[in-house]
Design a binder for this molecule. Structure first.
Ligand SMILES: *Cc1c(COP(=O)(O)O)cnc(C)c1O
Length: 406
């Protein structure tokens, strides 16, 4: 069969608009397309391929478990799920784990748990959920409504109710909205899709204090920021604020679909037998892979490496900016970085992405004004250097400057 980009238009629902090239192979931070052209990967499958492509340890976890047991359903438990849950609870504030298959599903569980908790403890009036503009929490109807972009949630009829949004990093507006009616606050401790926006320490601490005051559960959506991405195992660890519920996914499986919700025993007990579930959640194959991901990522070598590689990116991007003057700032944390375009390039992030692909570099955008980088946490320094050389050529093309290269 002749598999081309045209076939996509013929047989796929048109909700995506993928690039023209079709990758067929990946290794580490490199990808190859059908023609054998090699690309450097600064995108990491949108912050998923946390150990690059086809990491040998993950390939063995996959093939070893793949020859033993793939799936059981939750009528039975399994060893990989229990081991992974034990390691996650040992490494975090969490005492109990619920496994899902994606970020949206982990968030759906968190939101349903928060509603149950409030109902059981305080009654029906406590149903308000507060979240933040530009936030992103997934595409199920509940999570997309909690997300802060109505463009994603409009057009599907009546929305789940009781959900309100305020500006991120605006503690005064948040304080004005939260009350004893608020059952949960859902926030990203580093906004990803919304443009790589870090919270101020005062803001997160203030949110935590106001949640405590109003008996409100604080949910951190670490689907993108979790599992080493920021140079801490989870971003909350670098903020000095502990949530009541934490969700994670993307990097957790290193490319295999899995999500998780972590919480305390006290809160977890409100998801009683039969109140929630998933056919595939916690399947042995996914959990065996995630266990290996966690073993590798949760080490000083990898986490310190992220901090070191962040500096390589920052220095390289600042240097490019000193020659082309297109970025307002380089922001984010660890290996979740954004180059925010200045007023001369407003709305043109996609052009930088397309230009980078022409230079055989994969990167991402986060909204129309930010070029986003979320590479493997163990991307070799040489790949960063080479990728930045390609990125500079891409920038030069967009900026239209005439430069020569060494
Ligand atoms: C990607 C993402 C989600 C959604 O995850 P899916 O696996 O696509 O459902 C939720 N929250 C955040 C912060 C994300 O970045």
């Amino acid at each position: 069969m002749n598999v081309t980009r045209d076939l996509f238009n013929e047989v796929m629902v048109p909700n995506y608009n993928p690039a023209a090239i079709i990758p067929v192979k990946g290794l580490g931070s490199r990808l190859w397309d059908q023609a054998g052209t090699e690309y450097i990967d600064f995108a990491g499958g949108i912050a998923v391929n946390v150990l690059g492509h086809c990491h040998p340890e993950l390939v063995s976890a996959l093939t070893e478990q793949g020859q033993k047991l793939w799936h059981l359903s939750n009528v039975l438990t399994n060893e990989p799920a229990l081991r992974l849950a034990k390691k996650l609870t040992d490494a975090t504030f969490g005492e109990k784990v619920y496994f899902a298959n994606s970020g949206a599903e982990a968030n759906e569980a968190a939101l349903k748990l928060a509603r149950r908790f409030a109902l059981d403890h305080f009654g029906e009036h406590k149903d308000q959920i507060i979240s933040f503009k530009q936030g992103f929490h997934g595409r199920t109807f509940f999570t997309v409504t909690v997300g802060g972009q109505t463009a994603y949630s409009d057009g599907f009829g009546p929305k789940p109710g009781g959900i309100e949004h305020v500006d991120y990093n605006d503690l005064a507006s948040f304080e004005a909205l939260i009350s004893d009616r608020t059952c949960a606050v859902m926030m990203e401790p580093l906004q990803g899709e919304g443009g790589i926006i870090s919270p101020t320490i005062d803001f997160v601490k203030g949110v935590r204090a106001l949640c405590d005051k109003h008996n409100t559960l604080l949910i951190f959506d670490e689907v993108q920021s979790g599992v080493g991405r920021t140079g801490e195992l989870f971003a909350y660890m670098g903020l000095g604020v502990i949530p009541d519920i934490l969700t994670t996914a993307k990097a957790l499986g290193g490319g295999f679909p899995i999500g998780a919700m972590l919480t305390t025993t006290d809160i977890a007990k409100h998801l009683k037998i039969g109140t929630h579930g998933s056919t595939y959640g916690g399947n042995p194959l996914g959990c065996a892979i995630a266990e290996r991901v966690l073993d590798i990522v949760n080490t000083p070598e990898v986490l310190n490496g992220v901090k070191h590689k962040e500096q390589l990116f920052r220095r390289g991007l600042e240097a490019i900016n000193s020659r082309y003057h297109c970025f307002e700032e380089i922001r984010g944390k660890g290996l979740l970085l954004g180059a925010a375009l200045n007023e001369n390039f407003t709305g043109r992030a996609k052009e930088f992405l397309v230009s980078a692909a022409e230079e055989h570099l994969m990167c991402l955008i986060a909204g129309a004004n930010v070029v986003r980088f979320a590479p493997s946490l163990i991307i070799p320094d040489e790949d960063i250097q080479e990728g930045l050389i390609r990125f500079e050529r891409a920038v030069a093309k967009v900026v239209g400057a005439d430069v020569s290269y060494k």
